[in-house]
Design a protein around this ligand. Sequence first.
Ligand SMILES: C[S@@+](CC[C@H](N)C(=O)[O-])C[C@H]1O[C@@H](n2cnc3c(N)ncnc32)[C@H](O)[C@@H]1O
Length: 393
Amino acid sequence: MSLTLEEAITQAAGLICDTNTFVRAVLSGRRRNMQTQTTRIDIRPVRIKVSILLQIIENDGRQTTTTNVEPKTIEIEKLLSSGYANILVEHAQGSMSIRITKKQQPLIHFETGANNQNLEHDRVKPRLLDSADPFLKEVGISDSAGHIKPSRQDKYKQVEEFLRLLAPALDAAIEAGHIPRPTPAKPLKIVDLGCGHAYLTFAAHQYLRSTGIPIHVTGIDVRKDSRIRNEAIARSLGIESSIEFRAEEISQTTLTGADVVIALHACDTATDDAIAWGINNDAKLLLVAPCCHHDLQSQMQTSPEPWSLVTRHGLMKERIADLLTDSLRAQILKLHGYRTDIVEFVGGEHTPRNLMIRATKTGAKPDLAEQQRYEELVQMWGVEPALALKVHQ
Ligand SMILES: C[S@@+](CC[C@H](N)C(=O)[O-])C[C@H]1O[C@@H](n2cnc3c(N)ncnc32)[C@H](O)[C@@H]1O
């Protein structure tokens, strides 16, 4: 018997309010023509003194707000009907998911299987990635007890913060119609270029899947040993049907087409290969955190005056070259129809390589003045960015 949306929401609300068996719920994505206050809401039961309350964790992509409420004081059905397109509810005996299509049709799915309740109230800082997620143990970020290893804290933080920027950018691109709403038949295609040990690749897979988005993720790295290791991890997690790895040069990969390109610290001009691959393959969303920059620095033999006041100091020259490299990358993306900005994605205390180039393909026609300004800047510095040579015109 198929349920109506209202019946499904009533049933999901009932599962959430049964605090003896409720494990967690996730509300994400936006229904067509509806606005939501936040990007994502996580709900879980917590024991506070003698009562079991519902902890509501609201995330708007930058900030997280946590409140603990008595189940009977909150209108769960109203919250579930407030505009989120994906609702996942896990309980002790299984899960229920509701995905509301563009045509406002509910796709309802039930699964059976044991889930454990965790009523501890110690998650002062809600994470997108549960430190006990088996993938974090497999990739070596968490220990066997599910705690982040002290030596891997920075990597964990980087990956978390990357996802915090990916989630809202993806929702916005889907909402605006830049990326078609993913379905099980046509899942969201993500490629992680220069994936290395695939911390981010697995994290993106696990996190997006937990929000109910059908996905297929590909990790590409030139190192064959990385591919073998990552494939073994995917098999042990039982996710090999939705994640794959290739040992290829980014510029030589035979992969064609992806909705989203991610790249975290792909070395030097491998970042340019990643951006060029995204542009050349018409990717709709690119999130790229660059690594070391050597290309422009080695080209900057003389400086347009009076800039030698700055570049005569080696450290300053390096920084100017870094800024110039990423500014020109952003501009090239803009000239190829991407709305582009550069943001900080993790505090400088975790990594000095903490910028992210974020670009969404809107198809906006490049402005002639923008093209001229780009040309002026490269001529002024006498440089030719690697990216410019890699993108097809
Ligand atoms: C600094 S690691 C970052 C790995 C991963 N993204 C992370 O953040 O943990 C850079 C990775 O890029 C890979 N790489 C560098 N140049 C590449 C290229 N041209 N094609 C494919 N992979 C490349 C390296 O093998 C290495 O694994």
